[in-house]
Design a protein around this ligand. Structure first.
Ligand SMILES: [Mn+2]
Length: 405
């Protein structure tokens, strides 16, 4: 029998208690099951984990009473780098403190938790990275993701999902997968206001990343049929509440504005905010995604020398062979991408050069600001305007990784 459904807030409270108990014990009496997004911990990762964990826990056809804990793949302190959570939390009637982070389970250090006592369901990635990957990579039981297939999740996942499919937002795939369960949980939503209100809370969480990732379904490059269907399903959940005033465009605008409000953050925090790291042949690659252009970052640091110094320290702290920044911005209302790649050591330099030779024309790379950031003395560093606008980190990271050998 599945557990009886409760509000999102109560669900998270139970999940937090379970997470803290699990993190404090080396031998939890029963295995714990985490649902976790990728380490950039962007809205898509955070929201997809919450929604999938909730639906898996209460799915009426759930054959067992597993409790799925949605885990944010960052320490608690780093939630403050994500002001774009605020519009969601407010609508879903939860707070930052309700979210479960790595700090609750004392991961990756110093939790004594035994790997065999954990199960991991991945959303928004399909290979656990970094320390979590080396400790728990063998305990992954399923995934729902829209990145390239990494062939790390077992093919047969039994009762758990194994979905890897292109879509604007991973959240759309979670909604598609969980829809039957959600429908079944909503049977009395027409007569029971509490159920209708729980549905709306969850719908706001699932909706936010889709609006952001597809520019509210306006991005032709990114929007898929699954995104469109998910938005329509979720919006119907919200408008089902009598007298509920819903304005999707206003929600989208509020989220976008909050996401771009990084003026108060330090350069180091901006680089950390939406960051991913991979290891290929013992070389580390790190890519920061930033929602303002390179000029903004250079000004923030107080000039090119300071900018490079902060970036170098950031890379050294993470033992990166290749350090990269990808920016998106809208100068004069025109969407623009920039890419900076810095090979830091001998192998990183060779990889960066190979990437440039192989992929520069594909990505439409053009010298940024007369080459002011380029150098072939201090490692190998180039900054470009990236004319190929459809390629985000999801596309560029595999190109870089393919050159690291
Ligand atoms: Mn995503």
């Amino acid at each position: 029998m599945p557990l009886p459904r409760v509000s999102l807030k109560s669900f998270l409270a139970t999940a937090k208690t379970a997470a803290r108990a699990a993190g404090a014990s080396s031998t939890p009496s029963t295995p714990v099951t985490f649902v976790i997004g990728n380490e950039s911990a962007d809205l898509d990762s955070l929201c997809s984990a919450i929604v999938l964990a909730y639906l898996r826990t209460y799915a009426p056809d759930s054959p067992h009473s597993t409790f799925y804990i949605p885990l944010c793949n960052i320490p608690f302190a780093d939630l403050s780098l994500r002001p774009e959570l605020s519009p969601i939390l407010q609508r879903a009637k939860i707070s930052r403190n309700d979210l479960i982070t790595l700090s609750d389970v004392q991961l990756p250090h110093p939790s004594p938790i035994a790997s065999e006592q954990t199960n991991w369901l991945l959303v928004d990635h399909n290979a656990l990275q970094g320390e979590l990957g080396s400790r728990f990579g063998g305990r992954v039981i399923g995934c729902i993701d829209h990145h390239d297939e990494e062939n790390k999740v077992p093919r047969d996942t039994g009762l758990e999902p194994r979905v890897v499919k292109k879509s604007g937002s991973c959240s759309s795939l979670v909604v598609q997968y969980g829809r039957a369960a959600w429908d079944a949980l909503s049977k009395d939503s027409k007569t029971n206001n509490e159920v209708a209100s729980w549905n709306a809370d969850l719908a706001y969480v699932a909706l936010a990343p889709i609006l952001i990732d597809t520019t509210y379904l306006k991005s032709k490059d990114k929007t898929t049929k699954d995104d469109i269907e998910a938005v329509s399903y979720l919006e119907s959940m919200i408008t089902a509440i009598p007298g509920n005033r819903y304005d999707g465009e206003a929600y989208f605008q509020e989220l976008s504005k909050a996401k771009e409000s990084i003026d108060d953050l330090s350069l180091n925090d901006i680089l950390r905010k939406d960051y991913k790291q991979w290891t290929e042949n013992n070389l580390n690659l790190g890519i920061s995604s930033v929602v303002k252009d390179v000029h903004f970052l250079v000004n923030k640091a107080g000039g090119i020398d300071n900018f490079l110094q902060v970036l170098k320290a950031f890379a050294e702290e993470r033992k990166l062979s290749i350090c990269s920044i990808m920016t998106t911005s809208n100068p004069n209302g025109q969407f623009q991408r920039e890419l900076l790649v810095w090979g830091m050591d001998e192998k990183g330099i060779a990889s960066a050069k190979q990437f440039f030779e192989k992929d520069a024309s594909k990505l439409g790379l053009e010298t940024w600001s007369e080459g002011k950031l380029d150098s072939h003395d201090d490692g190998w560093r180039q900054c470009w305007i990236q004319k190929e606008l459809a390629s985000s980190r999801k596309q560029v990271a595999p190109l870089l990784r393919a050159c690291m050998g």
